[in-house]
Design a protein around this ligand. Sequence first.
Ligand SMILES: Cc1cc2nc3c(=O)[nH]c(=O)nc-3n(C[C@H](O)[C@H](O)[C@H](O)COP(=O)(O)OP(=O)(O)OC[C@H]3O[C@@H](n4cnc5c(N)ncnc54)[C@H](O)[C@@H]3O)c2cc1C
Length: 239
Amino acid sequence: MNVTHTGQVTYSAPVSKGIILLRIKLTEPDSVDFKAGQYLAVLLPDSDKAAYYSIASSPSKAGEVELLVKEDEFGAGALYLYSLKEGDSLQLHMPMGSAFLREDSDRNVVFVAGASGASYIRSMIHYLDESNHLAHREIHYFLGCREEDELLESDYMHALADKYQGFHYHPALSDQEDWDGHTGLITDVVERLMPNDMSEWEAYSAGSPAMVKAVADLLIANKSLMPASFFSDMYTPEI
Ligand SMILES: Cc1cc2nc3c(=O)[nH]c(=O)nc-3n(C[C@H](O)[C@H](O)[C@H](O)COP(=O)(O)OP(=O)(O)OC[C@H]3O[C@@H](n4cnc5c(N)ncnc54)[C@H](O)[C@@H]3O)c2cc1C
């Protein structure tokens, strides 16, 4: 895979349990044209291997990209990215993926993420907020994690829900007892809270391939979502 961009790490720190945020300033070339929801490949040094990560930042910041990287003691990509310090450079291939935010649409949207899949959704929500596209439509964001300290940017999401009447944030935990929010599988929460006729909606989802397929099956079979309105780079329903 060819290098399209070289970047330099300007920030690396944990943002939730088991996830770091890595900010990369683009050096050569010094900007990237991408759409919210696309991903990139990190080229691993001394290897022909690449590791794939959603671009977690908004495209309005063209001179940098942010990645949210899940800790994985066996994953070569995760180990490499965790080893990088401020000032280190790295090689990237981007943009990639077709499950990006449809900007020409003003339909209602449901976002469904599992754990580090929140990275994919983050780019789109930040972009919609910055470009004033969160008002005048219904947006529901479901985020499923095991425990509360794995949730990403909950304060920001709650603040958006306070600010915009149509924005709804639904975190759900599967493995924590002392929590008075939603519990259980994220698909069960989506089933319970979303209307039965979603034929005019669009959906974006990321997480494990099994979770994304379960979300697509549920929305299409039980909620009348059009298969062509389901977007994910992890699973594509038959159209
Ligand atoms: C479109 C897309 C977007 C993605 N976005 C993100 C994102 O934003 N953030 C994120 O954290 N992830 C993301 N992922 C997932 C990420 O690409 C995978 O976790 C990938 O496996 C990481 O690459 P790696 O090189 O670290 O793992 P690899 O080295 O390829 O390993 C793959 C898996 O096998 C396991 N494994 C490898 N060797 C061993 C061994 N010897 N023993 C036991 N287990 C082993 C690893 O633990 C790892 O989970 C995305 C994936 C895709 C396809």
